[in-house]
Write a protein that binds this ligand. Sequence first.
Ligand SMILES: [Zn+2]
Length: 403
Amino acid sequence: MSFSLDRFFRPVGTRFRLFAQSPVLDDFREPELVYVSSPRGSLGPGPSDERMYALSPIDKKPYGDEDLPPFRGPKDAPALPDRAGHFDHLQPGDPGFEAAHMFGTVRRVLDVWEVYLGGPLHWHFAMTHPRLELIPHVAWDNAHFGWGFMECGEGADDQGEKRPYALNFDVLAHETGHGLVFSLVGMPTPETLTTAYRGFHESASDCVAMLSVLHFDSFVDHVLRVTEGDLYVANELCRIGELSETRQIRSASNALKMADVISLDTPPNKVTGKQAHTLGQPLTGAIFDIIVDLYLDRLVAFRLVSADLASTLRRAAKEDALEQADDRALTDAYRREPEGFRRALCDARDMVGLRLAATFHRLQADGLTFERVARSFLGVDRELTGSVNQALLADSFRWRQIL
Ligand SMILES: [Zn+2]
């Protein structure tokens, strides 16, 4: 039921070397060879195509309200494809590697979601800017997506060493997620902007990152190996935007409920960026729980674990009693049949990805509420598979106080 992007695009696509996670993590120090959908030979210097282009300014401040792409200042030479049209000859440290990494990663994330959506994504800024400008380095400790651009600064790791966000898959995928939401859900007017919309934007972008990274085989294997198949154990899947082995920007397996975040009655223009991120956490947590729930369901369907064990673990997670729960039958089963576990996780990933993409398609930015997001998700699921998953999904939203 799940699909493999590399298998899809290997015959005709373009090769890039991408880090599946921040190279600060021991298991992800080497970039991986992946195929993106750009037809071989179609990418120009930058890389660039008719939808986006990367460039490397020599010295640039982040874009603000008034100034917009295209960047016209001095810049380094563009990354060039090899004779066959690929970009995987570029290695970390080579000039142009960061630009190629940023382009390849954004393209990879678009590939994931365009498969879920069943068609190409159109930039919401296309009326003034036909192409997205990608800037791998500006003097800033952040990254952002705006009208016609995405640009990255750098963040310090635990040793104080500056790490470019252009090499951090989660950060790039999160920013691409903002582009996806703007394109599919739209932009409200100042009158119809809700506080929920701001939190939803951040949550949706984290969910886009979480599901996109699961399209790296190495990442799926890593998560299953370190958790021995028990996804309730802390792992990289729920750590979004790792800055070190122990520190990350956000966690998807959080226990936040709507009562723990700022009131939705707060005027949207009074919500700080940080509050908007926290406001999105209960929804991100609900989606994370749903991935794990559906994964356990698949394991039961594949007869790898018993239905009893799956419900015991689910209950323990909800009651914050995982420490006491006995997951040995699960981890034993993983050691016997890792391939079945991998299939279960990829199935759960694509079930949630398909539902989320269709949900984005249906939602409207004007007057958006979290309840509407949950109801749309449930509606999509009902149309796809009837009542099978409904109780499980509704439970997750209810536990977070979204429904
Ligand atoms: Zn964001």
